[in-house]
Ligand binder design. Sequence first.
Ligand SMILES: [Zn+2]
Length: 113
Amino acid sequence: MPKVSQERPVTSPEAAAGTAGADLTCTGCDGGVLEPDQVRTAFWRGDELVVIEDVPALVCESCGERYFEDETAMKLDMLHGGKDAGHAPVRTLSVPVYSLAAPGAAAGKRGGK
Ligand SMILES: [Zn+2]
């Protein structure tokens, strides 16, 4: 299965504790400051690329690592698993698809001749 990025939901007890205002630090780079932000993530669901926007997260200012609260991670898991979890798609994107297959193989697949 192709991966669109190395992004993966990460939860941490500190992030999930919901201690708003406290200075939370990143465990990925050992000390980066985490700031609340809204991020975009994407994953493959079968042959379908799914994009999730406006995902609340704590983002490390230093390394960019993202931390999701348990509830957010659960929603992402449900969407990943094929359940819309009460969410309807807000819009649909067309994305360009490239192939690094050898030219000969691609031509053969197209069956042009
Ligand atoms: Zn970090």
